[in-house]
Design a protein around this ligand. Structure first.
Ligand code: ADP
Length: 975
């Protein structure tokens, strides 16, 4: 192995040759500020001769901005510290600068500094380019508009690249020129003239730097603008020391939207990398402009949309207010129409007149329904509808509702059932009237759109939380169904699944829209499932508060109104007259006054005369002192604690309801007032517990108190009969619950405790025989036995036997006679036997058996008058049903209507009218309508004779009563 060759140290010439080879800059400087030696790289890179470099102080070559730092660094080195990483710029012969990175060391003994420098210009530029790109990207990400981005882009480029001035130009497509949008310059740059010149100029394509960039759609570089032939601003640039420039287009695809240009105080060689990068930035700015324009357009669109939405809302509100106002205006005259028609129907009029009035009444009712629907709808739309919050009994409310709908279903021979699950709580707080409205609409529709089969309302408890219960309601029918594509639309206002059904079935298409909204207000949703020709199920949920034990219960349904003193306060004379007549017809004792002040005066007098009023009916809206102020005065006066207040409110004024609630007035009526509603409200009001002291007048004087109060269940489908039975049992001192058919009777027996059941035989859904049968089988398991007494107008032979065979315990025939009933009861239940009464003989030729009638009510003429009033109001409707059934050839409907009428007539021992109804009932049953027309004429004339007779019978006592009332009123007036 040979040893390494021996190293001969280089000679001085060797070293010089070596130094000259280097592409880095090597030099020796004296501490006097002059270079003493430089290698050839200085000449090739900077363009000076060696002599030029050595003959001037090196500081002259240093960029003016770097001179201070260079002097400091030189001082450092002179004091003995070497340098490793100092950077400064050196000027080339052409005026441009290059960045140098120095390392140096001093030889103090020789007064020399040995230095090497590397050219880092390219590295510095790359860092500056990246900094510029980063800064611009940031600006574009943050800026909201081009106007706010423009100066920041210019600043970012100038600062990162160390260029003095920048400008942005936008293409003006109309004038085909570039216009300056914005300029920016370094704070140190003195470029006022150039700046003004730039702002005041426009450039056509091809002219100047911006025009060149525009026409070529490419970046451009000018080393020195002062020497460029196509640079109109050259002279001012020269004045203010601007030299190098570059520009690039703002591009969107191939389209030039604008141009950016930048100027430097130095002459600069083209920087290809910088131009490439700026091209990319130009596209980036183009996209920014496009995005902002889209955003602007979107913003304008959103603003327009908002304006349109506001306008639509205003229009809806205006429409709703108009609807509410117009509905209110319509209701005011309708108040008079409906009231007067109802009164006129109760007077002695010809058959023709009655027909006309019935037609008016029907149309007025239909119109009122429409107006109510419109009002509801507009209130919901204007978000003005508020739900009530009152205690109510769910089963009562729903069953009452179904009872109202039952005649419609029975006319079409549909099964109508109401199935409320035992888990469903009964005592709730909510808005029973609105719930009823939803159910009437859904069940009403179901009946309307079903020809065969059944309609079932089901209620189930879904969940309970924090004292609230969520209930699930469904209404199922077996009707025509709704095609799937129509199902969504039916919940919209004025829409019907099939417009041809409008003609066939009628309706406005508002019902479901309103119901859906009401359901939403109750915290639920209304939906439908349906198959054409198979039927539909409408389903909704609703949330109600569950009443806490001890909360007020709804009063018993029927209370006596006879002789009840009532004060009417209304400024409208027509209203006063209607109300006075209605109350007089109900045998109440009305006093009417026309103002709040008069009301307070009358109340004061009534107290002094010790004839306090039981009820005050106040019109909410009166001049001077309105009903609410009167109510306030009354409710603050403890002396009037026994007076029940009923407010007459106006439709379309939800605040009325709120005010009523605030004043503790639970009963209010919306005009126009219907007698049936008024009746309900009055009985409800007087049934409520008195606040502080018991009501003074004792009105149940006539009630005979039984030794023991029985809980009696009356099952009868005829409303007149229901009332008669109720009254009679009450008169005997018993408590009554009423149901309308056998099925309900069975549920009632299973749910409650009864001492006696009074059972009609012929009822819809489940008749008396079947009900008795079902009750007896249920009792077998329960180990009880409730006496059942048949109460029937079946005067057929063998009926008594059939009833007893079916499991009933006793039998009374209608018309019911109080004494007979009393005896029958005491036979069934061990009560002390009442004194026996002789049964009167009846005259078969008389219209009514007066003696039997009076004996039936135990001589109580008041009670008799009430029965008569009910009957007189009821029979025209039944007769109309009979006529319609005959006209349609509907034997089932004829049988049912005639049976119902027969039941009512039977209460008055009116044998001829009874026989005439019986005849029609038989025809209906036998399907033999040949002589139905003639039988109907006979029935009608019998009914008229009977009515006249009944009126005559009750009139004498009415006259006497009126006289008494007048005396009473005079007495109040005098006091
Ligand atoms: P109206 O019954 O007054 O026309 P609704 O809003 O109550 O208005 O009902 C809208 C439409 O929905 C009805 O016209 C009918 O086409 C359809 N519809 C509602 N209920 C039923 C149903 N039970 N069976 C079939 N179609 C129904």
């Amino acid at each position: 192995m040979s040893a390494p060759a021996r190293f001969n140290p280089p000679t001085e010439d060797d070293l010089r040759e070596f130094i000259d080879l280097s592409i880095n800059f090597l030099c020796i400087a004296g501490t006097d500020g002059y270079f003493k030696h430089v290698n050839p790289a200085w000449e090739t890179t900077f363009g000076y001769t060696k002599e030029e470099v050595l003959s001037r102080p090196y500081l002259e070559f240093v960029h003016p901005n770097d001179r201070e730092a260079t002097i400091a660094e030189a001082t450092n080195i002179t004091s003995g510290r070497s340098t490793l990483s100092f950077e400064n710029r050196y000027r080339c012969k052409d005026g441009s600068y290059r960045w140098l990175l120095w390392s140096a060391v001093i030889r103090p003994e020789r007064g020399l500094i040995y230095c090497t420098a590397a050219d880092v210009t390219e590295r510095k530029r790359e860092a500056a380019r990246l900094a510029a790109q980063y800064a611009i990207t940031r600006v574009l990400a943050e800026a909201a508009t081009l106007a706010s981005a423009a100066p920041r882009i210019l600043q970012a480029v100038c600062e990162s690249l160390d260029w003095s001035v920048g400008a942005i130009w936008r293409v003006d497509q109309k004038d085909k020129v570039l216009r300056c949008v914005e300029t920016w310059h370094m704070p140190s740059a003195q470029v006022k003239e150039f700046d003004q010149g730039t702002h005041s100029r426009t450039f056509p394509p091809g002219v100047g730097l911006p025009g060149r960039v525009w026409s070529q759609a490419q970046p451009a570089w000018i080393e020195d603008v002062t020497r460029d032939a196509n640079f109109p601003r050259a002279s001012i640039a020269a004045q203010e020391g601007l030299h190098a420039a570059f520009g690039f287009p703002i591009l969107l695809g191939a389209e030039v939207l604008g141009v950016l240009e930048f100027f430097s105080n130095q002459i600069q060689q083209p920087d290809r990398r910088l131009l490439e990068m700026m091209s990319a930035i130009g596209s980036q700015i183009g996209q920014f402009i496009e995005r902002k324009e889209a955003e602007d357009a979107l913003r304008v669109y959103a603003r327009d949309l908002e304006v349109a939405r506001k306008r639509a809302e205003e229009a809806t509100r205006a429409k709703s207010e108009f609807l509410a106002n117009i509905s209110h205006e319509i209701r005011t005259p309708m108040n008079a129409m409906i009231g007067m028609t109802e009164l006129a129907l109760e007077t002695r009029i010809t058959r023709e007149q009655r027909e006309y009035l019935n037609a008016i009444q029907g149309s007025a009712d239909a119109l009122l329904t429409l107006v109510n629907d419109l009002l509801d709808f507009s209130k919901i739309e204007a978000r003005k509808l508020q739900l009530d919050r009152v205690g109510f009994n769910l089963r009562d409310a729903l069953e009452d509702t179904m009872r109202v709908l039952a005649p419609r279903a029975h006319q079409k021979e549909l099964e109508l059932a109401c199935d409320i699950h035992p888990d469903v709580p009964d005592a709730l707080v909510g808005d029973p009237l609105r719930l009823r409205q939803i159910v009437v609409n859904l069940v009403g529709n179901a009946i309307k759109f079903t020809e065969h089969g059944e309609v079932v309302l089901r209620v189930q408890a879904k969940s309970r939380r924090n004292g609230d219960a969520q209930l699930s309601f469904s209404v199922t029918d077996t009707g025509i169904g709704i095609p799937p594509e129509k199902q969504a639309g039916i919940f919209e206002a004025f829409s019907q699944a099939d417009s041809s059904t409008t003609r066939r079935y009628g309706g406005t298409g508002l019902g479901l829209a309103i119901s859906a909204q009401l359901v939403e207000l109750m915290g639920g949703r209304l939906s439908v499932e349906s198959r054409p020709r198979q039927g539909s199920t409408f389903h909704f949920t609703a949330v109600f508060e569950v009443q806490q034990p001890g909360m007020e219960k709804l009063p018993a349904r029927w209370r006596t109104l006879t002789d009840l003193p009532v004060l009417i306060v209304d400024d409208n004379a027509t209203n006063r007259r209607i109300l006075e007549e209605v109350f007089t017809n109900w045998h109440m004792r009305p006093v009417a006054v026309e103002s709040g002040a008069a009301a307070l005066g009358t109340l004061e007098k009534s107290l002094r005369a010790d004839q306090p009023f039981a009820v005050a009916l106040l019109d909410g809206h009166m001049p001077d002192m309105d009903g609410f102020s009167v109510a306030e005065r009354i409710s603050y006066d403890r002396r009037y604690a026994g007076i029940k207040l009923v407010m007459l409110t106006s439709a379309g004024q939800p605040e009325d309801v709120a005010r009523c609630r605030k004043l503790g007035i639970s009963a209010y009526l919306t005009k126009p007032i219907k007698q049936s509603e008024l009746f309900d409200v009055i009985v409800t009001a007087i049934g409520q517990p008195v606040v502080e002291r018991p009501r003074a007048p004792q009105r149940r004087k006539g009630a005979r108190t039984a030794e023991r109060t029985l809980q009696v269940l009356v099952a009868d489908d005829n409303q007149v009969n229901q009332l008669v039975a109720t009254r009679v049992f009450q008169k005997l001192g018993h408590r009554v619950t009423v149901v309308s058919n056998g099925r309900e009777a069975l549920s009632a027996v299973q749910a409650g405790k009864f001492d006696l059941i009074a059972m009609d035989v012929q009822m819809p859904e489940m008749d008396g025989f079947a009900a008795t049968n079902a009750i007896r089988s249920w009792e077998k398991a329960a180990g009880t036995h409730i006496p059942i007494m048949a109460m029937t107008a079946h005067a057929m032979k063998g009926d008594r036997e059939r009833c007893l065979a079916a499991g009933m315990d006793g039998y009374t025939s209608k018309p019911v006679r109080i004494r007979e009933l009393e005896q029958a009861i005491s036979q069934l239940i061990s009560l002390p036997e009442p004194p026996k009464i002789p049964v009167s003989e009846s005259d078969a030729n008389a219209v009514i058996d007066q003696a039997a009638l009076l004996a039936g009510v135990d001589g109580d003429r008041r009670l008799l008058r009430e029965f008569v009033r009910l009957f007189l109001a009821d029979w025209p409707q039944r007769l109309a049903e009979i006529k319609e059934a005959i006209r349609q050839g509907d034997t089932g409907a004829l049988g049912r209507a005639a049976h119902t009428l027969k039941g009512s007539v039977g209460n008055f021992a009116a044998q001829k009218a009874f026989a005439a109804s019986q005849r029609l009932e038989n025809m209906g049953r036998d399907g033999e309508l040949g002589s139905a027309g003639e039988a109907c004429v006979t029935l009608e004339s019998e009914l008229k004779i009977l009515s006249d007779e009944l009126r005559r019978l009750t009139k004498n006592s009415s006259i006497r009563k009126k006289q008494m009332d007048e005396d009473g009123r005079r007495k109040i007036g005098q006091a």
